[in-house]
Design a protein. Structure first.
Length: 136
C-alpha cells in the first residue's frame, strides 16, 4: 500500500521519532540526496499520531524516549491496519542482544546501534525504500 501512495505522491516520506534534535538533524543530513521529505516527533506518542496522519514510507525511531519508547511505538505501528506494512528502523545505544531480540519481536525491520554508521544507515534506507545506489 505505501508503495502505491508513494508513487502517486512521488516524494517518499520519512518520519524520524527521536528525542534528541541534534540526532534528528544528523539523520536528515545523512539521508540527503534522494529527495526524501522528512518529518519528526520527539517521542513515541507524538510519533504515532504523526504516523497516522502522514502515512510515511519509513519510520526511523530511537528506542529510549519519554512517554512511549521505540519498542511500544513499533508494536503500535504493527497493530495499526493503516501502518502495519511501514518499514520501521530502530536506532539505539543499547548494545545487548535482548534489546535486538525485543526489536525483532515487536516487528522492527532493521536495528542500528548509535553512533550510527552513515554507510549502514544509507544502505538500510536504500534497501527499505528501494532507492537508487547513488545519492550524493
Amino acid at each position: 500500500m505505501n508503495a502505491n501512495v508513494a508513487t502517486a505522491r512521488q516524494v517518499l516520506r520519512v518520519l524520524i521519532v527521536e528525542d534528541t534534535k541534534t540526532i534528528t538533524n544528523l539523520l536528515q543530513v545523512y539521508l540527503m540526496g534522494w529527495g526524501l521529505e522528512f518529518f519528526d516527533a520527539p517521542n513515541g506518542v507524538l510519533g504515532l499520531n504523526k504516523a497516522r496522519e502522514l502515512k510515511p514510507d519509513l519510520i526511523i525511531s530511537d528506542v529510549q524516549m519519554p512517554e512511549m519508547d521505540g519498542f511500544a511505538l513499533c508494536a503500535a505501528v504493527r497493530a495499526d491496519s493503516q501502518l502495519h506494512d511501514t518499514p520501521f528502523m530502530m536506532l539505539t545505544s543499547l548494545k545487548d542482544d535482548a534489546s535486538r531480540q525485543k526489536g525483532k519481536l515487536v516487528g522492527a525491520s532493521a536495528f542500528l546501534n548509535k553512533p550510527v554508521s552513515v554507510d549502514d544507515l544509507r544502505s538500510k534506507v536504500r534497501d527499505m525504500l528501494k532507492l537508487p545506489a547513488t545519492n550524493r
